[in-house]
Design a protein around this ligand. Sequence first.
Ligand code: URA
Ligand code: URA
Length: 212
Amino acid sequence: MDLFNKEPDLLSMTYDEVKSLAEKCQKCPLAKTRNKVVFGQGPVPCDLMLIGEAPGADEDAQGLPFVGRAGQLLTKILASIDIKRPDDIYIANTLKCRPPNNRTPSAKEQEACWPYLEAQIKFIKPKIILLAGSPACKQVLKSDEPMGKLRGKWTKLPGTDIAVLPVFHPSYLLRNQSKAKGSPKWLTWQDMQEVKHALEYHRKVAELTDNL
Ligand code: URA
Ligand code: URA
């Protein structure tokens, strides 16, 4: 055991402590090319959480998740079921730093960054987690299945009672504009209706439990 190289115990820290640690992170080479660390945005705790892939150019410049073109589409998709940003959803990514040229996160980068996301999930205590795109499914569910197979199928976060729904990434929807029945956008609409109902269910349960 090497006491001097021990990983800090993020799960025993506060949200703000973990956030400031992440903002100084040097665990992987992306630290050298990033402008801003994009930790996450939204209320803590929060019933609904979304995990995307990694910051792009706009996010890297502003330090906030999903603020570019994909982010604008995400905002619209969420608004369609009355979820407003940043008040009604906590948004994070598998990586807190931008990969050069927006390349796909590597397994090593995802592994290095996972403890931050794990701590975020602990603080946010979501009832529902949306995994947007393959990299999020890979990091969180350890699944290499294609999105076409995973999307729309509810599962649980391993070892927890948290409901998880893989959904298409908004960037994928930008490249597939059709709204025809069975298209990615149409399927996403179905997914969001399910999310809406699941959130209503959790609110109802919370109300009933409060009145006991
Ligand atoms: N794409 C992502 O996956 N995350 C962001 O924050 C922005 C674009
Ligand atoms: N393929 C991807 O890479 N992402 C999606 O969201 C859907 C298909």
